[in-house]
Design a protein around this ligand. Structure first.
Ligand code: 9J3
Length: 262
């Protein structure tokens, strides 16, 4: 088949295949202990075992206020199984606000690419960040601080300031229609309004979903998150079909907005 990108990996995707909790790559995991002098706390690395297809993009994931690592750990094995090296993080403090979480995300992807035991599997030029709630605010702040990131995915994001108009990193906000902790009208909606003038920004609003829906596997979150990471971290345009034209709402989401083409 025609190779769309030097980084494209895995079989041609279908709308069904990218909803699965496990993608085509076998995955191993390794605990990462806290180390003094390091800007982030402990975590877990999940990585594809296959070393025959070149390097992978890398993703760091951080949870929200009062949430330990395990609350968002499902992203590790799932995203790694689609072909990414992933670190899920325990925040330095569970009471950290978004700003320190942004620094932990940036330090973690830098460590994955340059110092980690899996650094040889990671392309240092293809890094991405994700996070839940205050970790989603941290995700947006990290994208603002480091425009060289290839993708950002804030999950039910919460932040004091709503102006992210300086973010040029391709960012997919995932909000929840019944979120009373980070209500979309105060957080995800204005965040997207501030982003959408820039290229390659998206906003998925889940249906019948609360603040914690993105903390567990769902087919819809998997489909959109995998598509976003594949498209922008791997430059794999085989996934553009799942983003543009913007899919119509179904039982699982009330809206998906994106600046096409992507
Ligand atoms: O990270 C989060 O879940 C944010 C929730 C929240 O409302 O924090 C207010 C202190």
């Amino acid at each position: 088949a025609l190779q769309v990108s030097a980084f494209a990996k895995g079989p041609d995707p279908t709308d069904q295949s990218i909803r699965a909790q496990k993608g085509p790559f076998a995955v191993q995991q390794q605990s990462v202990a806290a180390q003094s002098g390091r800007a982030f706390n402990r975590g877990t690395v999940y990585y594809p075992t296959d070393t025959s297809q070149g390097t992978y993009g890398a993703v760091a994931v951080i949870p929200g206020f009062l949430e330990p690592e395990f609350t968002t750990s499902w992203y590790g094995p799932t995203l790694a199984s689609y072909g990414f090296v992933v670190i899920t993080l325990e925040p330095n403090s569970i009471t950290d606000f978004p700003e320190p979480r942004s620094n932990q995300l940036l330090a973690a992807v830098d460590w994955l690419a340059n110092e980690s035991p899996v650094k040889d599997r990671v392309d240092p030029n293809r890094l991405a960040v994700m996070g839940h709630s205050m970790g989603g605010g941290g995700t947006l702040l990290a994208a603002s601080k480091n425009p060289a990131l290839k993708a950002a995915i804030p999950l039910a994001p919460w932040n004091m300031s709503s102006n992210f108009s300086d973010v040029t990193v391709p960012t997919l906000i995932i909000g929840a229609d019944n979120d009373v902790i980070a209500p979309t009208f105060m957080h995800a909606d204005p965040f997207y309004e501030s982003l959408k003038g820039n290229q390659n920004q998206g906003y998925l609003k889940l249906k019948g979903a609360d603040h914690f829906t993105t903390n567990g596997y769902t087919a819809t979150v998997t489909k959109f998150a995998v598509s976003w990471l594949k498209r922008f971290v791997d430059d794999d345009t085989r996934y553009s079909q799942f983003l543009c034209p913007a899919p119509s709402p179904d039982a699982s989401f009330v809206s998906f907005k994106v600046g096409c083409p992507v």
